[in-house]
Design a protein around this ligand. Structure first.
Ligand code: GDP
Ligand code: MG
Length: 442
């Protein structure tokens, strides 16, 4: 899946201290393949990859993050952007009723959605009315009546037994009905065909012209992949719409439709449907969808917190010392990093947020008191001792142990682990100190 692909791409970067142009190119190539395999529109993929690449190269990179985190952050932001940026809310008419018209192919999920939307408006304190303007299929009206009953919402339908009615007239009458009976939202369900069809387009366009909707929503099955984009383009030309509703997201493993459609037609995705039940429905949030696609666990939260909590200059100074090797990175720097990391939350939680680390039991078992003890021992040292652990002879270690209320063995342990960890960190040149924190606390 797209999720697995992206995760593998980012995993390949882990441990790199600095990204070369070649790294960025390779990453961009992998992201490109991942998106194409997820059935994302080619034009969208090209724009996306170009934007990510340019930002990786050009940007004043945040010093709080390591290069992998930087890329994840950039990819996430670009995903949100492509999915429409901000959540777009419903525009209500100045004079009620606010007309919401649903258009799309047969089987897209319009009638099901009509019920969900009606219920949602009702829960938001509105009084919605449903209008049955699909007079094409024999039992379409009955289907909407069942849906309406389940949602507890009234349905306006043509009188039975009048032969095939005129959907445009029904639509017009439903607006009158809503106005007279003081419904403030009117949701119009329309007919769809199996494929794009001129007659159907005309009918939808006529209903639109007759009712002047505040929102015309194009409803599309997310599982049809690239076809969703083609159909959207056809409806945009034939009917015109203001927003998109993606349905059957419960079955969409690839996410390509979501990533293509908003950008290609230039209209926001406003709602998402993810099941047959009335409650399987939500306002579409680009940021949530992006993190679902990225599937980075709480990595994104961690990145956000890291940026907030890290004092950039200090961490840069520490990172530079670390990069320079030669043991300049002292316990003082370590203590600074540790304190800043602790501001982000309990150590065990922070470690657990790193992808792949969360599952490791030993890490979630990190003992906060152990971390307190490390801090206490370091605090009992003189600045000179912190800067160069090499001067810690037996009597100094005994003094520190006494001052902290621990055994000399504990001080030895800390120093040995610090030296080991620093060696390892130098090898990995990994910036943030995660690896070192883990091995110290364990
Ligand atoms: P319409 O022809 O556009 O009115 O589509 P319908 O509302 O009649 O839905 C067609 C089929 O898709 C029905 O069997 C629905 O139960 C099903 N359906 C609609 N929305 C969803 C959804 O979000 N998830 C799933 N799994 N099925 C859905
Ligand atoms: Mg229908």
């Amino acid at each position: 899946t797209l999720q697995d692909r992206l995760a593998a791409t980012f995993k390949g970067l882990r441990g790199k201290g600095r990204l070369t142009d070649a790294d960025i190119d390779a990453t961009a190539r992998q992201i490109r393949i991942a998106l194409l395999e997820a059935d994302v529109n080619l034009g969208v993929v090209k724009d996306f990859v170009a934007a990510v690449k340019q930002r990786c190269r050009g940007e004043e990179l945040s010093k709080a993050l390591n290069p992998t985190q930087q890329i994840i952050k950039i990819v996430n932001e670009e995903l949100v952007e492509i999915l429409g940026g901000q959540t777009r809310t419903v525009r209500f008419a100045k004079n009620p009723p606010t007309v919401i018209m649903l258009a799309g192919l047969q089987g897209a999920g319009k009638t099901t959605l009509a019920g969900k939307l009606a219920r949602w408006f009702k829960d938001e304190g509105h009084s919605p009315l449903l209008a049955a303007c699909d007079l094409q299929r024999p039992n379409a009206v009955t289907q909407l009546q069942v849906v309406g009953e389940r949602a507890g919402v009234h349905v306006f339908a043509p009188e039975p037994g009048n032969g095939v009615g005129d959907p445009i007239q029904v639509a017009r009458d439903s607006v009158e009905e809503a106005r007279h009976k003081l419904y403030d939202v009117l949701i119009i369900d329309t007919a769809g065909r199996l494929g794009v069809d001129a007659e159907l387009m005309q009918q939808a366009a006529d209903i639109k012209a007759a009712t002047d909707p505040s929102e015309t929503l194009f409803v599309v099955d997310a599982m049809i992949g690239q076809d969703a984009v083609n159909t959207a383009v056809a409806f945009q030309e034939g009917v015109g719409f203001d927003g998109v509703v993606l349905t059957k997201l419960d079955g969409d493993a690839r996410g390509g439709a979501a990533l293509s459609i908003a950008r290609v037609v230039g209209k926001p995705i406003m709602f998402a449907s993810s099941g047959e039940g009335l409650k399987d429905f939500d306002v579409f949030h680009p940021d949530r969808m992006a993190s679902r696609i990225l599937d980075m666990g709480d990595m994104l939260t961690l990145i956000e917190q890291a940026e907030k909590a890290f004092d950039q200059e200090q961490s840069q100074a520490a990172a530079e010392k670390l990069m320079a090797g030669k043991g300049q990175f002292g316990l003082d720097d370590f203590l600074g990093l540790m304190r800043q990391m602790r501001q982000m939350g309990p150590m065990s939680k922070i470690m657990g947020m790193l992808p792949g680390v969360g599952q490791m039991k030993s890490v979630s078992d990190i003992d906060e008191r152990e971390v307190d003890r490390i801090e206490a021992i370091i605090c009992a040292m003189t600045p000179a001792e912190r800067a160069d652990v090499g001067i810690l002879n037996g009597s100094r270690r005994a003094r520190i142990a006494r001052g902290t209320g621990v055994e000399v063995r504990d001080v030895n342990n800390l120093v040995n682990r610090f030296v080991d960890a620093r060696k390892m960190m130098n090898q990995m040149s990994q910036g943030m100190g995660g690896g070192m924190m883990g091995s110290m606390a364990r």
